[in-house]
Design a binder for this molecule. Structure first.
Ligand SMILES: [Zn+2]
Ligand SMILES: [Zn+2]
Ligand SMILES: [Zn+2]
Length: 493
């Protein structure tokens, strides 16, 4: 903790975090979350409902973040007063009004047209109003949901809410580190909002906005990981960053039947923090704040400007000594479809053969393979070219285009290359690899290659259980199992 000066009650936070983890002072960061016991891969260590959430645009509901692509949504209707937020139902609009939109709406109506057209200013104001409302109310608006949403906490709903609020107030805001542009941008939002009675003083508002900047989560839906909004999750924010994380943050909706039984219609997604590797007692639990596919210098400069820290994680340390370790090459070498496919399948077979290899051993083999220092005949130079960002972008583009035009055969070939790179560059069981593998399996299936599709689908099922879990992964698991069954019938007959 930061010298005990933040006044956070440690027993309250400990009870809110649950029994699998412990919060400690950190020598390098503000504080850190460590494993309280041995945690196997696929352990959910925290589940948290957002203190506040906002949609990325009026293309999703401002309350539950659902889009018209989801079956329960027929149309989105905008708030007639501010026109800045859209809702999927009257229930969502009413709930959001009570949860802070009342204050935001008044502020938004005063915005000059240029500011009202700036989605980031609008979203900051919406988030600010929602958090202020939560901090002031001190009670949980939806106590019926606590068991389902925070199964690990041993607290009453109101105490859990107080723990979230206390954790939020204790988050660092790094307002002094903000660059001039961000500061100007935020000041604009504050000055527009400051006359609104529902919002705090300019000083306090700047602190909150600073906390959003370095702590908020992007909400991505589990089936495709497409971002739909942003959430303030003060307990999940206690987890530090690593470019080689042992945990992932995955979102999913709280059970719809429970929410509707409580008369709440639909709710924003909750986050789960899950381990993707075995974690020893006392080891720090980390998530990645950014896409770990980028090279070291890019990662570090982005983390420093957005989150105000200079990453010294084990991967950043290792790549300082051995810059090629993540395989990025300056050589631009787009792969042909057959090169792309054969590379992808060879990495996939290797991955499949090591599903149950111990994590450290697996990581070392992966590193050696990526660096071209193992027995792979391709060697260092070629491996770097196959896994370069240029080659990856080339294959991703072809994969997307081929899917759009339903050209399944090329889609499967370029998709396999992308999968191969993901399996080498990301930690094992990173959700993005699982989501991508399912898309490739569907392309293979449509290309009439049921046997190869089944190979991928079996791995998708294993990986999704670890990265997403049965709840968040339910859509992908259902789809994979249905395809596997059909493939089994086809191949058997
Ligand atoms: Zn909604
Ligand atoms: Zn409004
Ligand atoms: Zn790092």
């Amino acid at each position: 903790m930061d010298g005990g000066g933040d006044g956070v009650s440690e027993p309250l936070l400990a009870a809110a975090l649950g029994p699998a983890v412990r919060l400690e002072a950190s020598p390098t960061a503000h504080r850190r979350v460590v494993a309280a016991r041995q945690l196997p891969p696929g352990t959910a260590v925290l589940r948290e409902r957002p203190l506040a959430a906002t949609a990325a645009s009026t293309a999703s509901c401002g309350r539950c973040l659902a889009t018209p692509l989801q079956p329960q949504v027929t149309a989105l209707r905008r708030c007639s007063a501010c026109r800045a937020v859209a809702y999927c139902s009257v229930e969502c609009q009413r709930a959001d009004w009570a949860a802070g939109h009342r204050g935001a709406c008044a502020a938004l109506r005063r915005l000059a047209p240029a500011a009202a057209a700036d989605a980031s200013i609008v979203n900051q104001l919406l988030m600010l109003a929602a958090v202020v409302q939560a901090l002031e109310s001190d009670t949980d608006p939806h106590p019926a949901l606590v068991g389902a949403e925070s199964p690990y906490a041993s607290l009453s709903p109101d105490s859990l809410r107080r723990a979230q609020c206390a954790a939020f107030r204790s988050l660092l805001s790094h307002t002094a580190d903000m660059d001039a542009l961000t500061r100007t941008h935020l000041s604009k939002a504050i000055s527009l909002a400051s006359g609104t009675p529902a919002l705090p003083s300019a000083g306090e508002a700047l602190e909150h906005l600073g906390r959003f900047r370095c702590n908020n989560f992007e909400i991505a839906l589990p089936d495709d990981l497409a971002p739909v909004g942003e959430a303030t999750l003060p307990l999940a924010s206690l987890f530090n960053h690593s470019c080689w994380p042992n945990c992932v943050a995955i979102f999913d909706y709280p059970p719809l039947d429970l929410a509707s039984a409580a008369g709440l219609g639909c709710l924003p997604p909750c986050v789960s923090i899950r381990t993707i590797r075995a974690v020893a007692p006392g080891e720090e639990l980390c998530i990645a704040y950014m896409d770990a596919i980028h090279h070291r210098e890019h990662r570090r400069s982005l983390l420093s400007s957005k989150y105000s820290f200079w990453c010294e994680c084990p991967r950043c340390q290792a790549e300082k000594r051995e810059p090629l370790v993540n395989g990025f090459s300056a050589r631009d070498m787009p792969l042909s479809a057959s090169e792309a496919e054969s590379f992808g399948w060879s990495v996939f077979q290797w991955f499949k053969g090591h599903l149950s290899t111990a994590c450290d051993e697996y990581d070392e083999m992966r590193r050696n393979m990526l660096a071209g220092t193992d027995k792979d005949p391709r060697g260092r130079e070629e491996m770097a070219a196959y896994t370069s960002i240029a080659a990856l972008q080339h294959s991703s583009r072809h994969f997307g285009d081929a899917l759009d035009s339903q050209s399944w055969r090329p889609a499967a070939r370029f998709g396999m290359h992308v999968l191969g790179v993901y399996l080498l560059v990301y930690p094992r069981f990173q959700p993005i690899a699982s989501v991508h593998a399912l898309q490739v399996a569907k392309a293979l299936w449509n290309a009439g290659r049921a046997e190869l599709a089944s190979e991928l689908l079996e791995i998708v099922v294993t990986s999704v259980r670890i990265s997403h879990g049965e709840t968040a992964g339910s859509g992908m698991l259902r789809e994979s199992k249905a395809l596997l069954e059909m493939a089994g019938e086809e191949l058997g007959g």
